[in-house]
Design a protein around this ligand. Sequence first.
Ligand SMILES: [Zn+2]
Length: 561
Amino acid sequence: MTPTNKPTTLPKLPKDGLRVVPLGGLGEIGRNMTVLEHRGKLLVIDCGVLFPEEHQPGVDVILPDFTWIRDRLDKIAAIVLTHGHEDHIGGVPYLLKERPDIPVYGSKLTLAFVQAKVQEHRLKPDLIEVKAGERITLGDFECEFVAVNHSIPDGLAIAVRTTAGLLLHTGDFKMDQFPLDNRITDLRSFARLGEEGVDLFLVDSTNAEVPGFTTSERELTSAIETVFRTSPKRIIVSSFASHVHRIQQVLDAAHASGRKVAFVGRSMVRNMGIARDLGYLLVPDGLIVDIKALEKLPANRITLVCTGSQGEPMAALARMANRDHMIRVDDGDTVLLASSLIPGNENAIYRLINGLARLGANVVHSGNAKVHVSGHASAGELVYCYNIVEPANVMPVHGEWRHLHANGALAERTGVPHDRVVLAEDGAVVDLVNGRAKIVGQVPAKHIYVDGQTVGGVTEESLQDRRTLAQEGAITVVVIADLRTGRLAENPDFIIHGFVHDAAEFNAVVPAIETALANLVGTGKRISPSQAEEAIKRTVSRWVNKKYRRGPMIIPVVIEE
Ligand SMILES: [Zn+2]
């Protein structure tokens, strides 16, 4: 079945069937969320956010669409989390606001990051820690947690047993054989689950197009050390505020080269504090200093660690590049971007690199040095997994269409039949019944925009308005008229914002406005102000389109005489 975005009526789920509905993360990178339904109960796996792109101005984050579960929130047995990245936990507070007592399960570090987040939203959910290897029963779902290696410590894959069969969800993972914390992906458990019979395997697709195996984190150590050995002045490192292992490498290199380190930015300071307190980040005594103390040291003893490696305009690094931050990047400083380039952020990142280079900084990034590796399994690792698990049905998750497609093709190469590979997108309803997984319908999966304190108030239409304002400008037309006769009391005022033509030229459209209002009165009734505004908007738009070939936003204001 070709997926469509239109919600459909769903068939009844048989008693021994399992319904799997991805509400985010399929067809996009971010806002990962999968809902399982079995015997009237729901289990939520992850609830993340998606970060907006340039064509979504003013949006803070994008949430999964909770419409499908909103009237059954009381049926949610639990939220189980695979790991602590924003695109897996960022939506949790928003779901908890709809029902605050949903229990949340996750590993120690994941829950510590969730705790910091829910505190900001003044929520006090029940957070229950689970460990790799543990099995728990949540209603009719029996969950087993399996250690996986990823670009954040403490990641878990989740196996779910129901009477419909065994589902295995990898979460985000890779198969680094020499990770810094020596916690490898537990393939022995994957094999054991495979022996038991995995009926539906949900697999991370992010790097399915990348051939071979993802390089080990350890192989970056020498390139990072080289940066620290050879940089003459300050080193400013930018990474994700959750990449504990990469920051560990930076701390070790800084320590070895006799530098001191300060963390910059709220999320970086907070997360590294959490990681240190819980023992995930090992910090040599005296290495971390306050930013004020750091400034007194000579430049070649200074390391700053901040966020903003994706060019996010409000993050510390972009503000430094724009000279809008207390830290001034100087000639000869080195900036190390220790993170990947997330699709969609290319323009922002290159703008950032150019901005820093203009200030005289030497920018080291994964394009010119081996300072970053991905956190996701490449094609070689995925094939390995398919061969170990030998799943009956496969559903690629986490990725744009090209990634999902490539992942599905890998599954087929290992012998999974074509009709057992489910290529689904957000909102697709996949039923596992009698050992077969099939798409049976579609539920709403719109982008839900968060803008400051409002959730869902910004719609596709308001974003279109914002784009129009940005690209075309706006013209406010103030009309004072008698709404019984349609006659103008005086010449309308045209107020122009970001549109290049002179307001006086707009006098030419006044006769057309008069005609439009006169036509409305034709029926003999009094015109309502909104009718008048609609007519003025249409008339002026048409005239501007014809005369200037532009489409600015027309804002009519009608004042009754
Ligand atoms: Zn992740």
